[in-house]
Design a protein around this ligand. Structure first.
Ligand SMILES: Cc1c2[nH]c(c1CCC(=O)O)Cc1[nH]c(c(CCC(=O)O)c1C)Cc1[nH]c(c(CCC(=O)O)c1C)Cc1[nH]c(c(C)c1CCC(=O)O)C2
Length: 360
């Protein structure tokens, strides 16, 4: 592994958090090092494309019940590591455990995605921050078990949804492609919306700190719906809350490694990185290779293969992988998809991608 700091790098990596996977390729990349072979993992790497996941999925009454069963969550987290030997495991859970923990119950409808009773902004005071840590205890238990079972060179990633993305589900009660409902709510009642975001900043920060305490080596914050925000909204609801989360987590866990993933941020990525202080930034597949390379001067980048190339296989896959490797291998880089792996992805395509990334 080569070491070489990044240009313009502030005092990053001075105080290192005690990490079981401190010597791993993945942790080196998060520290700003260029590695000989890029570390690789996949968003949604545990899940329905794996027969062994489908086999244990029916053991739980519901998807959230599955997430809250440490035995099942541990097994699902380890499955893709055993099969593919990724450089990092990500704890099997969901971003919506936070609203569920705050007392806004979440249900997953087969084939329809999540459903919540929509939260009116004047009911934000009824959310119960005191409930979250106890409710999420099974997640921390699963993290401890996974860390104990993982090879030391495999990093364990904890995660949370970003406040804006969580808020979109909480106020609308479901997902939507443009988040019109949440954007309108934020325009009509910015003070009420701010109160919701403030509650979520606190819940997300505590959840991330607790995941580090349980054994996570790094964390990723998913802002899956950052894209539809306008310039002012992006600053208020994505960048500013993330800046505060980074600050809070690092004050509790010095040297904590944090990956931000503001999906759809486009031209706003540089500002996001500089203003939040994240160690690494996830790139969706719409981010050009040139922009990605420019970002490596300020942060480690992670991404950004179109998950449909992985479904297609063949030339589409090979060319996509090669283009990313040749553009990004000269700087700090974690190979990943630009969003989660799709359930219809053939396993042989994942093997082919890994062989190319590792030049095996
Ligand atoms: C928005 C969001 C959610 N969850 C998540 C996000 C952010 C990333 C993104 O944008 O996709 C994040 C998430 N969800 C899940 C993980 C596990 C770790 C991993 O392997 O990456 C992670 C990191 C498991 C899951 N979360 C979900 C599944 C599928 C449910 C099942 O297996 O029955 C899994 C494996 C369900 C889920 N969970 C969510 C939705 C919208 C859905 C339904 C859509 C779908 O089915 O893919 C909310």
């Amino acid at each position: 592994m080569e070491t070489g700091g990044k240009a313009g790098e502030p005092e990053r990596g001075q105080e290192k958090v005690a990490s079981r996977a401190a010597s791993s390729r993945f942790m080196a990349a998060l520290a700003g090092e260029r590695t000989d072979i890029p570390p690789v993992w996949m968003m949604r790497q545990a899940g329905r494309y794996l027969p062994e996941y489908r086999a244990i999925r029916s053991e739980a009454r519901s998807f959230l019940d599955f997430c809250y069963r440490p035995d099942l969550a541990t097994e699902a987290t380890l499955q893709p590591i055993r099969r593919f030997g990724f450089d990092a495991a990500i704890i099997f859970s969901d971003i919506l455990v936070i609203p569920d923990g705050l007392g806004q119950p979440v249900a997953f409808m087969e084939g329809e995605g999540p459903r919540l009773d929509p939260l009116p902004l004047d009911a934000v005071g009824g959310l119960d921050l005191g409930r979250v840590a106890g409710h999420l205890e099974p997640v921390y238990e699963a993290i401890s078990r996974v860390r104990a079972d993982l090879p030391p060179e495999t990093a364990l990633i904890g995660f949370a949804g970003a406040p804006w993305t969580l808020a979109t589900y909480m106020v609308a009660g479901r997902g939507s492609p443009d988040q019109a409902f949440a954007r309108l709510a934020a325009y009509r009642d910015p003070d009420g919306f701010r109160r919701l975001i403030d509650v979520l900043v606190e819940a997300v920060s505590s959840h991330l700190v607790a995941q580090f305490a349980a054994g996570a080596d790094a964390v990723q914050v998913f802002d899956s719906w950052a894209g539809p925000l306008d310039t002012d909204g992006f600053a208020r609801w994505t960048t500013e809350p993330m800046r505060e989360i980074v600050q809070r987590v690092r004050s509790a866990v010095p040297g904590a490694r944090i990956i931000g993933f503001p999906r759809g941020a486009g031209t706003r990525l540089e500002g996001f990185v500089q203003q939040t202080g994240v160690d690494a930034v996830g790139l969706d597949w719409s981010v050009s290779l040139e922009r990605g390379r420019a970002l490596q001067a300020v942060a480690t980048i992670q991404g950004n293969l179109d998950p449909l190339r992985l479904v297609a296989g063949g030339r589409a896959l090979d060319e996509g992988v090669e283009a990313i490797l040749s553009a990004f291998s000269g700087g700090p880089f974690v190979f990943n998809l630009g969003h989660g792996i799709l359930p219809e992805t053939p396993i042989e395509h994942v093997e082919r991608m890994l062989a190319r990334v590792r030049r095996a």
